[in-house]
Design a protein around this ligand. Structure first.
Ligand SMILES: Cc1cc2nc3c(=O)[nH]c(=O)nc-3n(C[C@H](O)[C@H](O)[C@H](O)COP(=O)(O)OP(=O)(O)OC[C@H]3O[C@@H](n4cnc5c(N)ncnc54)[C@H](O)[C@@H]3O)c2cc1C
Length: 421
């Protein structure tokens, strides 16, 4: 895509822009990007149509995120981590099993956090704590203006800057606009960005359960023919269940009462959790794949789910979004230090170069893993069991997988190393 050719732009900007960076979308990605950019000295306007009080409500989203060690370092550098540390559970080991309904099968592969220098390599944190802490940090940061509820309905880019139009008619100018408005990003689409898209015949079922058997910090993922069934340790005796099922079966299960639903979970846990009881609401997420062909447009950067929405099999979506946010903040800050126009095509291209390959590689890996493991086809079963056995017997390969899960592979932006951008 030719990012050097901006769309028609009027009227010309004759005054200083309202902010360096305008962010369309104040979900977790947009809030993290706002904090990252502000920590680099940039002024930010953050816009979201959902009222803050609703987004901060504990029942807004039922997900728990597996946050890589590098993501925790970034949240620490941004001052967010102290507010949520007590709510996080360290992941001490990961076990991979390949099962059939009613029998999770033997552990095929086990990763120990101690095998990596920086144990633990990931922590589990529920959205209700993360989102609230991000919003509090945004409110406390004087470089961020948070407009909510407000929606970006149009934008234009020109040589001197970009101008966004909000649903109440306000027009706000900035050097760069970041599209953080999720998988169906209208902001990116308006700038001509297109996506490779696909829909899985699966729904993601999510809930927390209280379980009889202590989890001891072990995250388990059992591959069933219908999709992966993950049991992720939460503080206390609770476990977050993230479970992909074929759409028909997921609809049947979703219609069950709480006891029936818990029985389906116990069947898939196959005794690994002991007796289970639901600990909170049940959630369902449609599962699809999207990857933007371009991460940039005229004075525009595409970030988080707006750029890439993958299957949750590897729990990497928000970790990737944090990498995007850190890379964009660092790229813009460096351009500012060098005296460049932060919205210049060459600057945005540096962000795209940094993030597109990593995201594409993750997208291919998660899509391939889901296809390989969500199948009962005998040759595929043999292939994957042989593959798991091979990884298990090769310590160097195992360490490489774990370093990747900890977010320690590739060229990490400074924030992911715990440094200011
Ligand atoms: C079942 C499941 C489990 C997952 N588990 C993990 C995990 O363990 N680890 C992990 O790292 N990731 C995980 N993920 C992925 C993670 O949840 C997402 O990557 C992340 O939530 C994306 O956040 P976002 O802010 O980019 O997008 P969204 O959450 O979609 O936010 C987009 C925001 O944009 C706003 N918006 C929309 N239109 C406009 C507009 N016109 N103007 C302004 N604002 C607008 C919306 O109101 C919204 O607040 C999981 C996903 C699923 C489905």
């Amino acid at each position: 895509m030719d990012i050097a050719a901006p769309r028609a732009y009027h009227p010309p900007m004759t005054h200083a822009p309202d902010a360096d960076l305008l962010i369309a979308g104040g979900g977790n990605t947009g809030a993290a990007l706002a904090l990252a950019a502000a920590s680099a000295g940039l002024s930010v306007i953050l816009i979201d149509p959902e009222p803050v009080a609703r987004r901060a409500a504990p029942d807004f989203d039922g997900r728990a995120y597996a946050l890589a060690a590098a993501s925790v370092r970034m949240l620490t550098a941004l001052g967010v981590w102290p507010a949520v540390a007590a709510e996080a559970e360290a992941m001490r080991a990961i076990e991979i099993l390949d099962g059939r309904l009613g029998d999770p099968g033997p552990v095929r592969l086990r990763f120990e956090a101690e095998d990596l220098d920086s144990a633990p390599f990931a922590v589990l944190l529920e959205d209700r704590f993360l989102r609230g802490a991000l919003l509090d940090a945004v409110a406390a940061e004087p470089r961020i203006t948070h407009l909510s509820p407000a929606r970006v309905v149009d934008h234009e880019a020109g040589p001197a800057g970009a101008v966004a139009t909000l649903d109440d008619g306000r027009r706000l100018s900035a050097g760069v606009i970041a599209a953080c408005d999720g998988k169906r990003s209208l902001t990116a689409a308006r700038a001509g960005v297109t996506w490779a898209r696909g829909r899985y015949d699966q729904i993601g079922l999510v809930c927390a359960v209280a379980c009889e058997t202590p989890h001891a910090g072990v995250a388990r993922q059992v591959f069933y023919p219908g999709g992966p069934f993950a049991m992720l340790p939460l503080p206390g005796d609770r476990v977050s269940i993230v479970w992909s099922e074929r759409v028909r079966e997921a609809r049947r299960i979703a219609a069950l009462d709480d006891r029936g639903y818990a029985a389906e979970i116990a069947l898939r846990a196959g005794g690994l959790l002991g007796r289970v009881a639901l600990a909170g609401r049940r959630w369902a997420y449609p599962l699809d794949f999207s990857l933007a062909y371009s991460f940039v447009g005229p004075r525009l950067a595409v970030v988080g789910d707006a750029a890439h929405g993958f299957h949750p099999i590897a729990g990497q979506g928000f970790n990737l979004a944090l990498r995007d946010a850190a890379a964009l903040a660092e790229t813009l800050a460096e351009a500012r230090r060098r005296g460049e126009d932060i919205g210049a095509p060459a600057v945005l291209e540096r962000y795209q170069q940094w993030r597109r390959f990593d995201s594409t590689a993750y997208g291919a890996a998660t899509d391939g893993l889901n296809r390989l493991f969500s199948s009962d086809f005998a040759p595929l079963r043999a292939l994957r069991d042989a593959g798991l056995g091979a990884v298990s017997r090769l310590p160097a390969l195992k360490r490489a997988f774990m370093a990747s899960a900890a977010g320690a592979s590739g060229a990490a932006p400074r924030l992911l190393r715990g440094e200011r951008p």
